[in-house]
Design a protein around this ligand. Structure first.
Ligand SMILES: C[S@@+](CC[C@H](N)C(=O)[O-])C[C@H]1O[C@@H](n2cnc3c(N)ncnc32)[C@H](O)[C@@H]1O
Length: 429
């Protein structure tokens, strides 16, 4: 397929996403099933246009003066693919599979617009209702952070120190352009892709099959490192999901002590068994039933609450979620978070830590949630997060936001990671 056919397919997928309010991955999969002739390169390129158009829906649409799938599809190519209106029309000319060329009216609109002149909420690629939340989170940097949340993400890996060293994994992945991550001690980064490229399929690498590394955003790795799990500890990962943090904690504990991995939805825990086998994590016990956690009450050195949240910190990877999210869903997540914290706190032993993590950048889910928890429960006190950060990531003081409402915030523009929030509360009474 030439660029025109790929763009037409991307616009079709974007229309499907709009019409049926469905996740981008599902719409792309369906398109692939009904167009079996399309090769891997075509699928990757179509996926890139779709994801670029979703990440940059407002700025791409603004360039053409419209928010239709056609406008955002064309706009994505102008913003992320190094195309100009003229080069696009030249590329599409004579291609019977291409969408109609940019009209004279569209060409005039594009010629009269520079993104630097666009309103802040357009340059931040933010839904209107999220603007006050981004302003509260990032102050003057909110447009820059919004734009960074709309950029293509890197592919991050975590070395599994139970099986390999970072140098060994880097050597194994030398052809992929993998580099040591900026902050996470075992992190490896493959830069964001350009144009119609695609990230290497690292999960097909022998080194992955041998358990030498996991795919995990650097922010998630940093949050696990900050939890400071040590060999021999008893740790409850209360919202373990597919086990990303459990595996990282278990490796930090050198397979000594115990990680209990729990999740309210037992099907979410299913991938953890394969992951444990591959990585040789031998100190993780999966506890699917809530009632089986009862003996752990008051005995845990660390209780990790990687809470269900809006996921606003992961918009680079899941841009369709940005436009589906509603303030009602934010309220639902907040209620879940406080209910989970109220239960999870009971498993912490005296002197132990309740660690609260989200992949959201919204203060209400982060510092606000912690403040409310501390108002409800007198027996917990925040650790010194500035000291914790400096001890873990010396020389990187400017790579995270500390406080003012306790805790550590990571963000794409400042930290180069997805947006994450971390707060550790010590049980003092
Ligand atoms: C952010 S995800 C966890 C991601 C995981 N820790 C990782 O690193 O891959 C949040 C998880 O919380 C779970 N969850 C939601 N409500 C819960 C509850 N009341 N108790 C325990 N887990 C809950 C969800 O099923 C979801 O898997």
């Amino acid at each position: 397929m030439r660029l025109g056919g790929r763009l037409a397919a991307a616009i079709e997928v974007l229309e499907d996403i709009n019409r049926r309010h469905r996740p981008a991955a599902d719409a792309l999969r369906d398109w692939g099933l009904s167009h079996r002739f399309a090769g891997g390169g075509d699928r990757a390129a179509i996926g890139n246009i779709v994801y670029d158009a979703l990440r940059r829906k407002r700025s791409a649409g603004w360039l053409l003066g419209d928010e239709t799938p056609r406008a955002t599809g064309f706009g994505a190519l102008l913003l992320e693919w190094g195309q100009t209106a003229q080069s696009l029309n030249a590329a599409l000319e004579g291609d019977k599979f291409a969408p109609p060329l940019l009209s004279n009216a569209e060409l005039a609109t594009v010629a009269g617009r520079k993104l630097a002149d666009a309103p802040d909420e357009v340059r931040a690629d933010s839904p209107d209702w999220c603007v006050p939340l981004l302003k509260e989170a990032f102050g003057e940097a909110w447009v820059e952070e919004g734009a960074a949340l709309a950029a293509r993400p890197p592919l991050d890996l975590r070395t599994n120190t139970l099986q390999a060293t970072r140098a060994k994994v880097l050597a194994e992945l030398a052809e992929t352009g993998a580099e040591p991550a900026h902050l996470a001690s075992q992190g490896i980064r493959i830069a964001p892709i350009a144009g119609d490229g695609r990230h290497p399929n690292v999960q097909a690498e022998p080194a992955f099959q041998k358990g030498w590394f996991e795919v995990q955003d650097e922010g998630s790795q940093i949050a696990a490192e900050l939890a400071d799990a040590k060999p021999g500890m008893q740790v409850l990962d209360y919202c373990a999901g597919a086990g990303g943090k459990s595996l990282a904690l278990s490796a930090a504990m050198e397979n000594k002590g115990q990680v209990f991995a729990h999740d309210a939805e037992k099907q979410r825990l299913a991938p953890i068994f394969d992951r444990m086998r591959r990585s040789e994590n031998r100190n993780i016990q999966v506890v699917a039933r809530e009632q089986e956690l009862a003996p752990l009450t008051g005995h845990m050195d660390i209780v990790l609450v990687d809470a269900p949240c809006t996921g606003s910190g992961t918009w680079r990877r899941r841009p369709d979620a940005k436009w589906r999210l509603t303030s009602r869903q934010l309220d639902t997540r907040k209620a879940e978070q406080s209910a989970i914290l109220d239960v999870a706190k009971g498993f912490v032993k005296p002197g132990g830590l309740l660690v609260y993590i989200t992949c959201s950048v919204f203060p209400e889910e982060n510092g606000g949630q912690v403040s409310n928890f501390l108002a409800r429960h007198k027996g917990f006190a925040p650790v010194d997060h500035a000291a914790l950060w400096q001890a873990r990531f010396p020389g990187h003081d400017a790579a995270a936001r500390l406080g003012p409402q306790f805790g550590i915030s990571l963000s794409p523009a400042l930290s180069g990671t997805d947006g994450f929030y971390f707060c550790a509360l010590r049980k003092v009474a």
